[in-house]
Design a binder for this molecule. Structure first.
Ligand code: FMN
Length: 336
C-alpha cells in the first residue's frame, strides 16, 4: 500500500481520480491485476503477478487484456482533464517491467465521443442475466465494429446460424474441459461468493442465474455450490448477438491493444444502452482457441467473446482502494 502522490504534472486529487477511473475496468474474475507507478513526468502501468489465474489464464493473456482495458480508462480520464495521453506500450529499459507508460502529449479538447465514453466507465457492468429478445440494430453494430477498429483490433460479428452453432459447440467443449479441471474450478470458487477480502472477486449479486439445462450457450457459473434462481419465463435469448474480438498479431503488445479495444467496445455498447457478458472459456483452452482461430479463417487471433443485448440494470462489483494499486516509489530516482 502506497500513498497517491502528484504525478504527470497533476495534483494528488486528480491522480487519484485517474487511477479510480482506470480501476473500474473489467478484469478476469474481478482480479484487478493492475498496478501503477507514479512519477513526476509519467504514470506507468504494471501488472500485479500475484493476481494471475494460473489455471484459467496460464499464459497471463487475460491478465494483459484486463490491464489494457484499464489503460483505455486511464487515457479517457486524462482526456477528461484536457491532457492528450502519449502511450508507449512495453517501454523496456526506460520503465523497467512496465506494460505501458503514459506521458503528456499536449492539450486535448474533449469531444462528444470522449465525454460519452468517460461517462460510460461508471455505468458499465458485466451483465450475466438474460437479455431482452430483440435485435441489436445495425447502426449499433457498426459503432461497435468501428470502436474495435479505432484501437487497431477486429470485431468479428457472428452473422450466420452456422457460425453461431460452431462457436456454441466450441464454447461447450471448452466449458466441459474446464469443468473437469479441479484447478480451474478452485480458482472460480476462490474468486466468487462472499469473500473475506471484499475488494475483489464476483459477489453473489453479480453472478447471474445458475445455469439451467435449457441454456444453449454455456455461461460460466459464478455461483458454484449455490442456486441463484431466475424469474420464471426468463430464459436466455435463443439467438444472441455474439462477437469475437480479435487482434491482428499474437503477443504481449497485441494483447494490450486488444484490451484497449475490448474496453472501447464495452464502453461504446454501454453508451448505446447495450449490456454485455463474456464467453471466455473458448479462448482459455489452448486447443479450442486454435480451433476457433481456424474457423475464423486462420489469420486473426481471437482474444475474447462477448454476448451483447438489451439487459436490465445489475449492481457494480467491488474495487480495491486506490492506495493498494500504487507501487512503492523507486528511491534511486531523483525528481519524481
Ligand atoms: C479478459 C476478461 C475475461 C472475462 N471472462 C469472463 C467470463 O468468461 N465470464 C464472465 O461471466 N465474466 C467474464 N469477465 C468479466 C469479469 O468477471 C468482470 O469484468 C469482473 O467481475 C468485474 O465486473 P464488472 O465487469 O461488472 O466491472 C471477463 C473479463 C475480462 C476482462
Amino acid at each position: 500500500m502506497s500513498p497517491v502522490v502528484p504525478a504527470l504534472g497533476l495534483a494528488e486529487g486528480d491522480v487519484r481520480g485517474v487511477l479510480e477511473v482506470a480501476a473500474l475496468a473489467p478484469s478476469i474474475h474481478n482480479s484487478q491485476p493492475w498496478r501503477f507507478a507514479l512519477h513526476a513526468d509519467r504514470i506507468e502501468l504494471h501488472c500485479d503477478p500475484t493476481k494471475q489465474l494460473h489455471a484459467t489464464d496460464p499464459e497471463s493473456r487475460e491478465l494483459r487484456l484486463s490491464c489494457g482495458a484499464a489503460l483505455l480508462n486511464m487515457r479517457l480520464a486524462l482526456q477528461g482533464l484536457g491532457i492528450r495521453p502519449l502511450v508507449t506500450l512495453l517501454p523496456g529499459r526506460e520503465a523497467e517491467g512496465a506494460l505501458a507508460v503514459v506521458r503528456r502529449g499536449g492539450r486535448f479538447t474533449p469531444t462528444e465521443q470522449s465525454r460519452s465514453l468517460l461517462k460510460a466507465v461508471r455505468s458499465r457492468r458485466t451483465n450475466r442475466h438474460p437479455f431482452v429478445d430483440s435485435e441489436v440494430p445495425a447502426t449499433h453494430r457498426q459503432h461497435l465494429v468501428r470502436a474495435a477498429e479505432q484501437e487497431r483490433a477486429w470485431l468479428h460479428v457472428m452473422a450466420t446460424r452456422e457460425e453461431k452453432v460452431r462457436l456454441r459447440e466450441l464454447i461447450g467443449r471448452a466449458h466441459q474441459e474446464q469443468l473437469a479441471d479441479p484447478r480451474v474450478q478452485a480458482e472460480l470458487v476462490g474468486w466468487t461468493g462472499n469473500r473475506a477480502d471484499p475488494g475483489h472477486g464476483v459477489p453473489p449479486g453479480s453472478a447471474g442465474p445458475t445455469p439451467a439445462p435449457q441454456d444453449e450457450w454455456a455461461l460460466r457459473d459464478f455461483s458454484p455450490g449455490t442456486v441463484i434462481d431466475r424469474p420464471s419465463g426468463k430464459d436466455y435469448e435463443p439467438d444472441p448477438f455474439v462477437v469475437v474480438l480479435c487482434s491482428f498479431y499474437d503477443g504481449t503488445a497485441a494483447e494490450l491493444q486488444a484490451g484497449q479495444a475490448l474496453q472501447r467496445v464495452l464502453l461504446t455498447a454501454t453508451a448505446l444502452g447495450l449490456s454485455a457478458s463474456f464467453l471466455s472459456q473458448v479462448v482459455e483452452v489452448r486447443r479450442v482457441r486454435e480451433d476457433l482461430r481456424r474457423s475464423l479463417g486462420g489469420s486473426l487471433f481471437p482474444q475474447t467473446v462477448l454476448r451483447l443485448g438489451f439487459g436490465s440494470p445489475v449492481p457494480a462489483t467491488p474495487r480495491r482502494p486506490v492506495e493498494e494499486l500504487v507501487l512503492e516509489p523507486c528511491t534511486t530516482e531523483s525528481g519524481s
